[in-house]
Design a protein around this ligand. Structure first.
Ligand code: AMP
Length: 417
């Protein structure tokens, strides 16, 4: 079965490619960050260089129907510039038959926003607020039914299918999952997807030991499934950031005003117990940089993590905690990092997160495999200038988080099946 584009002969073939061109636009409809467009260019160029033509499809934003604000026509020129080829535009993704049929090798057609149709996500729209369960069920069944024709139409434009949209790989949408079955021998991952899949496999399937996970961020609840999945695999588990205080409070510590989730305390205690049972070295902060206000200019002091004074809250990892973590990181062969270890958006509380980025860069230079993915750690590592000093920075926040939870992502499964 065909899975990667390097071994596919695109000569004379029309390739329909799902990309993630969900880029931020300002109020003049100018692209403010084109990372996602640039990320897909190698795959698109590969098809053209191989003698194929391109039908590109994507979503943009969360339109509730046809809405000019979310039109992909705003990005046509930019895509053409990055691709180095003219780009035609089909202003209805379901009425592009003639344009697709006329495509010659080397030509490019961009389809209008897939989410102008409810069928892309397969979720009913415009349901009355007081709709009964029965009405909801009927609406869902109707959209699922019309989704079949929607997918069939997209598939009819092309000879082969490429999924290069990792950002939506965790969604079982028409263009990310359902369409693949129309191309049993001609479906594959683009380079971006290939990179993400290999990165996931490098940590979840082929990790070299010692294997360390660094989990930070604000809430235990949003990372619980990731921690549970990684617990069975890692040698070291570093827990930092806002979520760490729930673990401290659960053990009887005084955490002052620090962020915490009382209802997650039993889970935190269970994780501590599981780590002991499985021989995983759990490393929490020993001290914290506390502030008397959630403000960059607040007064600060370093305090014992179990004794944060009333009126103070933990904002960043302390130098001693960072020293402990550095030793663990530099002795590891595989490291996955998800979530900042402090309120990194405030410069005075970004030191811990910056130190972790530096440690990861040093570990990478020493030969460790380092993956940064899922959530704000990607923003932190990019903002701090370390993105090219680690082995891999994931482009898909939610998708990477679900992959680290051990879930089979529909967009990946559909191509692999
Ligand atoms: P997440 O999206 O779960 O990775 O969480 C990222 C957020 O966690 C960032 O906005 C950080 O500012 C926040 N965060 C990290 N450490 C703390 C902390 N000690 N107190 C409050 N928020 C924190």
């Amino acid at each position: 079965m065909q899975q990667f584009i390097d071994s596919y002969d695109f000569k004379g073939k029309k390739a329909i490619v799902r990309v993630d061109f969900n880029v931020p636009l300002n109020d003049k409809f100018e692209i403010t960050d084109d990372t996602r467009i640039r990320a897909a260019i190698p795959t698109l160029k590969k098809v053209l260089a191989g003698g194929g033509s391109l039908i590109i499809m994507s979503h943009l934003g969360r339109p509730k129907g046809v809405d000019a604000k979310f039109s992909l026509k705003h990005i046509v020129d930019h895509v053409a510039e990055k691709l180095g080829a003219p780009v035609q535009f089909a202003d209805d993704c379901q009425k592009a038959d003639a344009q697709a049929a006329a495509l010659k090798p080397g030509e490019v057609l961009l389809l209008e926003n897939l989410r102008f149709y409810a069928e892309e996500e397969g979720k009913p729209r415009g349901l009355a607020e007081d709709a009964t369960d029965e009405e909801k069920k009927a609406a869902k069944a109707a959209v699922k039914e019309s989704q079949k024709a929607f997918v069939a139409k997209l598939a009819s434009y092309a000879d082969c299918y490429i999924n290069d949209a990792f950002g939506t790989a965790h969604r079982a949408h028409a263009s990310t999952a359902l369409i693949a079955k129309y191309f049993p021998n001609d479906k594959m991952f683009g380079y971006l997807m290939e990179g993400e899949i290999k990165a996931i496999d490098n940590v979840l399937k082929n990790a070299k030991r010692p294997f360390t996970a660094i989990i930070g961020g604000s809430k235990v609840s949003s990372k619980l499934a990731v921690i549970k999945n990684l617990l069975g695999k890692v040698d070291n588990l570093i827990i930092g950031g806002g979520m760490g205080y729930t673990f401290i409070k659960a053990q009887g510590g005084n955490i002052g005003n620090s962020l915490h989730e009382d209802d997650l305390m039993p889970d935190a205690l269970q994780i501590i117990k599981d780590c002991k049972e499985k021989g995983v070295n759990l490393s929490l902060s020993v001290a914290t940089v506390a502030a008397d206000n959630f403000d960059n200019d607040a007064n600060t002091k370093v305090v014992d993590i179990f004794n944060i004074p009333e009126g103070w809250e933990g904002m960043d990892a302390s130098p001693e905690s960072l020293e402990n973590w550095k030793k663990i990181i530099l002795s590891s062969k595989t490291i996955v990092w998800n979530g900042p270890v402090g309120v990194f958006e405030m410069p005075n509380f970004a030191k811990g997160t910056l130190q972790i980025a530096e440690d990861l860069a040093e570990a990478t230079a020493n030969g460790a495999y380092t993956l940064v993915g899922g959530g704000d750690s990607v923003a932190a590592v990019t903002k701090m200038g370390y993105a090219d000093k680690v082995s891999y920075v994931s482009t898909g926040g939610g998708a990477m988080l679900e992959a680290l939870e051990g879930k089979d992502l529909p967009g990946i499964a559909a191509v692999r099946e």
